[in-house]
Design a protein around this ligand. Structure first.
Ligand SMILES: NC(=O)c1ccc[n+]([C@@H]2O[C@H](COP(=O)([O-])OP(=O)(O)OC[C@H]3O[C@@H](n4cnc5c(N)ncnc54)[C@H](OP(=O)(O)O)[C@@H]3O)[C@@H](O)[C@H]2O)c1
Length: 317
């Protein structure tokens, strides 16, 4: 990355945005109590943490669920529990997002099915301190947190637009702010630049925010909306895939400051159902408060370039 492009973003940072973020972090999310009976909600990564609590929140309001998870045993257990507790339909599909063929396969199944998706929540994600490559030769965090949601949205976009009712929610993060100098469009595979856990997480979440610019344009006036939500800082299995020292630090120190993922679930229910956000699209929310993301996530030129590069990278038409 040239020093010129670094300077471009640095000039755009505003202290007021960081202050707003800190203030919003402390706010309790708006609550929606409307029923959602018989409506279909698709959630990725619903076997633990935020995805699991969100699945239960929607089921408690009568919604039917289709969960997209990588682990079959956990999926069977979660669906069984939800069916018994809430008497709603709960089904699952298996896809490991570390394998793009799995993502395309499940995308094709959704495309060819007659399921009418009311809310599509892209939640699956991970944080990795190590640079790991997938069998598709992408950095793992970039692939699971960004590429997978991009592929599903891209494959389904015409179908969703034709129906004109779905709310797409990307579970994003204030961690996008770690990509201080942008996503490094010149090196999306981390072949030339230094990798760090926080950096790669920030890049993946910023890439997802950039994709919203283009998808929101595509869905404009169609009735489909797409927004990104920071789900709060909550206790979950996030990061537990890392080494012993990290896990110790997370469990003994970080977890003490974290809230319950039920808080995230309430916010994600609000975004999927509340009339107060009907028609709102292309925005970033800290829980249920709209917030301005960091400058690299608002870079329209970068969004255009990333869109093209992503399509080439994952081999979409
Ligand atoms: N927790 C927070 O404070 C926080 C803050 C900001 C943003 N977020 C975001 O919230 C989302 C949910 O995270 P969480 O905190 O609930 O963490 P979590 O408890 O670790 O849940 C992550 C979910 O993603 C699934 N997943 C991980 N790798 C996958 C893969 N390769 N293919 C398919 N699914 C995969 C996990 O499946 P398994 O059960 O099989 O592992 C699990 O269901 C993430 O996008 C994260 O970036 C979390």
């Amino acid at each position: 990355m040239t020093s010129l492009s670094k300077a471009k973003y640095l000039k755009q940072y505003k202290m007021s945005n960081i202050i707003a973020m800190m203030r919003n972090n402390r706010k309790e999310p708006e609550v929606c109590n409307d029923e959602f009976k018989g409506r279909l909600v698709v959630i990725t990564g619903a076997t633990s943490g935020i995805g699991y609590e969100t699945a239960k929140e929607y089921a408690a309001h009568g919604a039917d669920l289709l969960l997209i998870n990588r682990n079959k045993e956990k999926s069977i257990d979660v669906c069984e529990e939800i069916r018994q507790e809430f008497q709603v339909k709960c089904d699952y599909k298996i896809a490991d997002f570390a394998r793009l063929s799995d993502v395309r396969y499940v995308g094709k199944e959704l495309l060819e099915s007659d399921l009418e998706i009311d809310v599509l929540i892209h939640n699956a994600g991970l944080y990795s301190t190590k640079k790991i490559y997938t069998e598709d030769d992408n950095e793992l965090v970039f692939q699971v947190n960004y590429l997978a949601s991009f592929i599903l949205n891209y494959m389904l976009k015409d179908k969703l637009k034709a129906r004109g009712e779905t709310r797409i929610i990307l579970v994003n993060s204030e961690g996008h702010r770690f990509a201080v100098f942008g996503i490094g469009l010149h090196d999306l595979k981390y072949e030339k630049r230094r990798h760090s856990g926080l950096g790669s997480y920030g890049v993946a979440k910023t890439a997802q925010l950039l994709s919203i610019i283009k998808f929101a344009e595509y869905f404009e006036e169609s009735g489909v909306t797409i927004n990104a939500v920071h789900p709060g800082d909550v206790k979950s299995n996030m990061g537990l895939n890392n080494g012993r020292i990290y896990r110790f630090f997370k469990k003994r120190i970080v977890n003490r400051t974290l809230k319950s993922p039920e808080r995230s679930a309430r916010a994600l229910y609000y975004h999927g159902v509340s009339k107060e956000v009907e028609g709102i699209s292309g925005r970033f929310f800290n829980l249920t408060t709209e917030e301005e993301p960091a400058p690299p996530a608002l870079d329209r030129d970068a969004a255009e370039e990333l869109w093209q590069k992503t399509i080439e990278l994952v081999g979409l038409e």
